[in-house]
Design a protein around this ligand. Structure first.
Ligand code: ZN
Length: 222
């Protein structure tokens, strides 16, 4: 996603995008999530130790129970939105099919184009990683259920892609998102510091492939 320009590289060198998959462990009725860590640097590949295991997220009390490889590795601040998309919405709205993989980047497209492409856009702009943000995501998912809809735009935050597995999400990303969501959120501030064509960043385009393999392999194994 970094290479394609759909996740901004923030002034501190971190990326505005992440991915998540559902884990259904044997001997447990509870679903959990694997999510990429908060503040992944753009010029480092995502390591296995950079992934957080989310046992639960309480959207009412805004608390998260998670495991990670060290104290410095914390889940992405988009974790509540993934919890809303992958754990809460499928049960609450009785979706026939339940998505197992999701991807998100801080790139956008204008409302008119989204209408043309049948991509639902949320009504309200909300501050990232707040109760209102998660509520707005749930309202959007209630109005536009999965699997009839698989790409969503949270106003002034970015796109979310939901799918049955990593391969489906990456296929949707390639065909429907990568070339369409070209407006980077807060692009002026975000991109000024470093060009996406910066050779150091270009060298790290394999991050995308690594992330895909990591989640794909783990998802298939479980
Ligand atoms: Zn985000």
């Amino acid at each position: 996603m970094e290479h394609d320009g759909v996740v901004p590289i923030l002034p501190d060198g971190k990326t505005g995008g992440n991915a998540c998959c559902v884990l259904e462990l044997p001997f447990s009725n509870n679903k959990s999530l694997l999510v990429s860590k908060s503040g992944k640097h753009s010029n480092f590949p995502l390591l296995i130790t950079d992934v957080c295991y989310i046992h639960s997220f309480d959207l009412q009390n805004w608390s998260c129970e998670f495991s990670s490889s060290s104290e410095n590795i914390r889940p992405s601040s988009d974790t509540p939105l993934y919890w809303a998309c992958l754990i809460v919405a499928p049960e609450k709205f009785q979706w026939k099919l339940k998505p197992s993989f999701a991807m998100h980047g801080h790139a956008s497209a204008n409302d008119q184009d989204c209408i043309k492409w049948n991509i639902p856009v949320s009504d309200k702009e909300t501050r990232f990683s707040t109760r209102e943000d998660a509520q707005e995501m749930l309202s959007l998912l209630e109005k536009f259920p999965y699997p009839e809809n698989k790409v969503f735009l949270r106003k002034k935050h970015g796109f979310f892609i939901l799918g049955q597995d990593a391969q489906e999400v990456f296929d949707i990303y390639e065909s429907q998102v990568k070339t369409k969501f070209t407006e980077i959120i807060n692009s002026e501030n975000v991109i000024k510091g470093r060009s996406l064509l910066d050779p150091e960043i270009a060298e790290n385009q394999h991050f995308y492939a690594l992330l895909r393999n990591y989640f794909y392999v783990n998802f298939l194994l479980l």
